[in-house]
Design a protein around this ligand. Structure first.
Ligand code: GUN
Length: 311
């Protein structure tokens, strides 16, 4: 069997077009545009790339985008001041603090300074609590929200299904578990201490990998016919690792030989594709949806603040 590809890029394009239409409607009703502010501390190259894509996507959707760049050695007060200023700015409806923050800063403290009604990342305890309790009015973290959108788009019904999530982060694993539970799936969350990961994963009708470990999930982890969602985005440069993880993908192997680097997921794509019924590629799977959901959350924040209703 060769799995159907779940095209996150195509879905993201569709969602961004819908957001752009809804932004026009917001503008017609309020005379303003939704505003998204991103705080980037330091010059981590991966973070800079993410932030630039977020800005570009926001502008394309008609969302006003504001980037606050702070030096890597920015003091705690400086970062908190920036957040507070944005919190008080009525033109800003969403605030995102790009992670990871430099080690001397307390991530939790900075995240808590973002008021819940502007927390488009869904990281605030109020948003996390609302998701836990099944209450409306919070924001759902963008990546797990994107995963659910992709499953919905493909018509995958989660009711009664075994969903196994590998990774228990606050950003992906935990909120994904709650979202799947809200759709009546039976959910297992695995992590670094899980015994016999392969056996647990092989129970999954839907397997979601989000650990940041290239190719951890091999073909034998996958139940024939399962749906595989790969959230990992890992950059590899080791030729031996590339020969292993890109086996079965001759075009990508050739590109690795030329460029000396490649992006791979947490799933061994070539092996998994032979057993799964549907699978997300890396890149072009879940990644593009994270940004689409960020735009959607920003519009939701703006609509709520204008009394136009949320979701
Ligand atoms: N760094 C990597 N992913 C994310 C994300 O979804 N939100 C924020 N704020 N930082 C990130």
């Amino acid at each position: 069997m060769s799995a159907r590809i779940l095209d996150g890029k195509a879905l993201a394009t569709k969602i961004k077009a819908r957001v752009a239409e809804d932004v026009k409607d917001y503008q017609a009703k309020t005379g303003g545009v939704p505003g998204l502010a991103v705080i980037l501390v330091g010059d981590d190259p991966a973070s800079s790339v993410y932030v630039a894509s977020k800005e570009k996507a926001a502008l394309a959707a008609g969302i006003h985008s504001l980037l606050i760049r702070l030096p890597a050695d920015a003091k705690r007060e400086q970062v908190l001041d920036s957040v507070t200023r944005l919190a008080d700015d009525d033109a800003v409806h969403g605030i995102l603090v790009q992670l990871p923050l430099p080690g001397h800063l307390d991530t939790e403290e900075v995240q808590l300074a973002v008021p819940a009604h502007k927390d488009v990342d869904g990281f605030h305890p109020v948003s996390a609590g609302k998701l836990l309790l099944g209450q409306e009015g919070g924001f759902v973290a963008c990546t797990p929200k994107g995963v659910l959108a992709l499953l919905d788009e493909d018509g995958i019904d989660l009711k009664g299904k075994e969903v196994v999530i590998v990774g228990r982060s606050n950003i992906v694993g935990k909120p994904a578990a709650l979202l799947m539970l809200s759709r009546h799936a039976t959910v297992t969350v695995c992590h670094s201490r899980t015994h016999d990961l392969a056996t647990v994963c092989s129970r999954a009708d839907v397997l979601i990998a989000s650990v940041g470990y290239p190719g951890l999930i091999r073909g034998n982890f996958i139940k024939p016919g399962a749906v595989v969602i790969d959230v990992g985005i890992n950059r590899i440069t080791d030729p031996e690792q590339a020969a292993d993880l890109l086996s079965g993908q001759p075009k990508r192997l050739a590109r690795f030989a030329k460029n000396g680097k490649s992006l791979v997921g947490d799933v061994h794509f070539g092996e998994a594709r032979e057993r799964a019924s549907a699978i997300t590629p890396v890149p072009g799977g879940v990644g593009p949806l994270t940004i689409a959901m960020l735009l959607e959350n920003t519009l939701t924040g703006a609509r709520r603040s204008a009394g136009l209703g949320g979701d």
